[in-house]
Design a protein around this ligand. Structure first.
Ligand code: NAP
Length: 374
């Protein structure tokens, strides 16, 4: 993780790396990785989170022609984490499939990610993407390692069907990740109907994002394409992998998404109706027990506990809780009875770490653990 500045403690993403000897990829050599969209909000978080990664080393950066040709350290750095000196020295490249290392993380704008990521996969790269373009492709894993690691079995099928030497693996939309992790813990009770309203941070819109005159002391009750993603992606993520394909989970979801003047951390008010009868204690117990392969394998970016249930009546709060546990845990609280659907609660997670860069790094760690990175 990056070096601390005086202003702000650095979120420590590598929950296990301090206590475990750093595993190596290839003898003692780290795997070289590239970052597409390295200059954006997600791209800069990739740079910060990978600064001291035990398995990966950033050796290649790419962005638009506006940034290409410049030294990364000469471009504006917008995070409270110190820019790693080794990355600052690198030049930014124009997007060119075939350039750079085999493994590339993508924080590309969706206007360009669709074509660019497919070209990189065709040229033999493993593209670990944050962009929405390929998420709902039936051959592309929409991966949350704690929930659906078995969906990685799509990778060889994808390569074969598309004739690609490489592949694309995506992480879900940032709000979707927070809700899906909470719902996955409750999967045994069979969620049937879900009603969700989000209060999403400004950093979710990238940089420069929402105009200050729109965002300050205001709530914007619309985020382009967001409700559709919230209503469809969790059904793929929680879907069963049967006969080489993902069967969509049958639950129905109704979403309202809003933008609020918060820097990082998406909050979500979630009501759920379950097929099974459950008590409040059943639900709190399931949140606390929830764990997955990243925890079992002690992947470097895995939070020790993916869901933390907070008992205080006024938590979780983005300003207080989003950066705890390296920004990789989902905080849940305010579980109470819903007179319409049965149960309701609030969930909150760091949109750029658990919802984007950290999520993609965890995906790559799981792929490396399963020998899918070449
Ligand atoms: P951003 O701050 O606007 O960054 C966009 C990046 O894409 C920049 O590096 C930009 O390079 C690059 N880019 C734009 N047009 C390009 C082009 N024609 N050719 C090559 N590169 C180009 O956006 P962001 O918030 O980081 O989001 C990046 C992606 O992650 C998006 O697809 C977004 O939907 C997704 N995502 C974001 C979040 C979040 O919380 N922010 C969460 C989940 C997913 P220049 O700087 O050179 O223009």
């Amino acid at each position: 993780m990056p070096v601390k500045t005086e202003k702000k403690p650095v979120a420590k993403a590598a929950a296990h790396s301090a206590s475990k000897p750093a595993p190596s990829s290839n003898g003692h050599k780290k795997i070289e990785v590239g970052i597409l969209g390295a200059t954006g909000m997600v791209g800069q978080h990739f740079v910060a989170l990978l600064a001291e990664h035990p398995w990966f080393r950033v050796t290649y950066l790419a962005a638009s022609e506006r940034s290409a040709g410049k030294r990364y350290g000469d471009l504006p750095w917008r995070l409270n984490y110190e820019l790693p000196a080794e990355t600052a020295k690198l030049s930014v490249n124009e997007l060119k499939a075939g350039d750079g290392p085999m493994v590339v993380f993508s924080g590309l704008d969706s206007s360009v990610a669709g074509t660019a990521e497919a070209e990189f996969a065709a040229a033999g790269h493993i593209v670990v993407s944050n962009a929405r373009n390929h998420r709902m492709d039936p051959l592309v894993p929409l991966l949350i390692p704690e929930i659906n690691p078995e969906h990685l079995a799509l990778v060889p099928l994808q390569k074969k069907a598309k004739g690609w030497k490489g592949a694309i693996v995506t992480d879900p939309n940032c709000s979707t990740i927070v809700m899906s992790i909470a719902l996955a813990a409750l999967r045994e009770f069979q969620p049937k109907k879900v009603l969700v309203t989000t209060l999403q941070a400004l950093s979710g819109a990238g940089y420069p994002g929402v105009a200050s005159l729109d965002a300050t002391a205001n709530v914007i009750p619309f985020i382009d394409n967001e409700e559709d993603k919230m209503e469809t992606e969790p059904r793929k993520i929680l879907g069963k992998f049967v006969n080489g394909a993902v069967e969509m989970h049958p639950m129905s979801i109704s979403a309202t998404t809003t933008r609020v003047p918060v820097v990082h951390g998406h909050s979500e008010s979630i009501s759920v109706e379950f097929e099974k009868r459950v008590t409040r204690d059943d639900i709190i117990g399931a949140f606390g027990r929830f764990t997955g392969e990243p925890q079992k394998l002690e992947l470097p970016t895995a939070p020790k506990q993916p869901i933390v249930y907070m008992t205080q009546a006024n938590r979780p709060q983005p300003r207080l809780d989003a950066e705890r546990d390296g920004g990789m845990a989902v905080y849940v609280g305010r579980l109470r009875e819903c007179p319409i659907l049965g149960h309701k609660f609030v969930a909150m997670g760091h949109n750029v770490i658990r919802g984007a860069a950290g999520a993609a790094i965890l995906n790559a760690e799981l792929m490396r653990a399963k020998n899918l990175l070449g």
